[in-house]
Ligand binder design. Sequence first.
Ligand SMILES: *Cc1c(COP(=O)(O)O)cnc(C)c1O
Length: 523
Amino acid sequence: MSGLNAAGWRPAMNDGGEAAAGPATASGDRGLMLEEPLIFELGTPAKCGVDLDAADRAPVQGLSRFLRKEAPALAGLTEPETVRHYTRLSRQNYAIDLGPFPLGSCTMKHNPRLNEKMARLPGFADVHPLQPQSTVTGALEVIEQLADWLIRLTGMASVAMSPKAGAHGELCGLLCIRAALDARGEARDVVLVPESAHGTNPATAAFAGFKVRSIPATATGRVDLDALKAALTPDVAGVMITNPNTCGLFEPDMKAIADAVHAAGGYVYCDGANFNAIVGKVRPGDLGVDAMHINLHKTFSTPHGGGGPGAGPVVLSEALAPFAPLPFVTRDVDGTVHLVEEENRGDGHDQAFGRMVAFHGQMGMFTRALTYILSHGADGLRQVAEDAVLNANYVLRACEDVLTAPFAASGPCMHEALFSDAGMAEGFSTLDVAKGLIDEGFHPMTVYFPLVVRGAMLIEPTETESKAGLDRFIASLRSLAQRAQAGDDTLHSAPHFAPRRRLDETLAARKPVLVWKGDAPAS
Ligand SMILES: *Cc1c(COP(=O)(O)O)cnc(C)c1O
């Protein structure tokens, strides 16, 4: 097994060709920086960590052709070996519980432990979607209460709770728009999407069968209202606008945009992934929005980014509410809640476009989000938005003298600070600063997004970072920006202190090696 060290493990501290500081170690580990081989390098199929009864070989009726001809080549490890393998791997991960995650657009905030405690209550965690409704009224009550909060916070008419992510919510919203157009007997097939939009917006519109037409941004990073008005031809089904937008800026023309779109017979879809910046301050319903998804896993602190499934409820205006998908929770006049699972019950909701998912959505996320909302209260949610915006502006103003901030002159930002690579020494880029942050012990910011800014660095501190924490991050970012300005070559080979050095990210993305192919370590 080539490439393995004396202890039989593959040392990777020196990936990238540069010798790590200090003497080499026999194990490949360096202090608590532990090297870890693949699980197949650790165990072998010849070994088994547990005593299993001999399998019953009697062929199952009709399924015998699926019987294995040979044993699967699983790596055999004992329980302690298995536990150590995964624990060692987990220590190479960065996590929101280790430090700030300044990823713009992602809203990586602290996940309160109270949320987890509530979501784990057996009455919520152990319910089954096929249980009789009479046995899950508490869970239905949670969905209904959360729905009520989302409707009030957004000033909208109703909400479809079942979509399972922001992008899924976008699809739900566009399918409502399509159903509304069908009901009007109109075959409008164009969706207008600003240049700065999140990639999911044009992808969703295309997936839903619409043609995408792009709207340019102004020099201050906002939607060009005149260009949008000029694009409002009779074939336009609607617009998809993010507010606050992906440059971290509020769209002050939102109401004018909505009025123009409505006057032209279209609908307004708002990408509400950035709702955390305005929750409790602005109601999208007052701005003329017809449909907007809310990422519970962003605004309302449920885990995401490998930490759990998302949830993307879509709030809807009076115009789109009749087309919302099944199933949905409703409260009867006597106060009891029930799940409406079928069409044409004679209750007026007979225009549902269909279903997004088999059941009602992500129960665990609903419980966490409602816990977060109730523990903050309406005033606390408003403060979430205010603190998130304050923190982002603190980062923006603390770094604008060493990093180019393209829109800083036009006023404060919302919940994200945006910088570009202009002003760095020849040959230095955003990537160098991002990799340098890893050496500084931080997760990098979002890079090269939004596309409307060259070498974009999008930083979203969220409200959960303290001033002291922000000051530490700012000190590191300023130092890296100054090294990039001064042309410090050591930055080109960062990270120097991570378990892996600078990787060929294009190769990793285009030709990922995902399958263990036997003895030789995959290269
Ligand atoms: C995160 C995000 C989305 C997509 O949400 P998912 O839950 O990841 O599908 C869409 N738009 C914006 C602006 C986002 O930040």
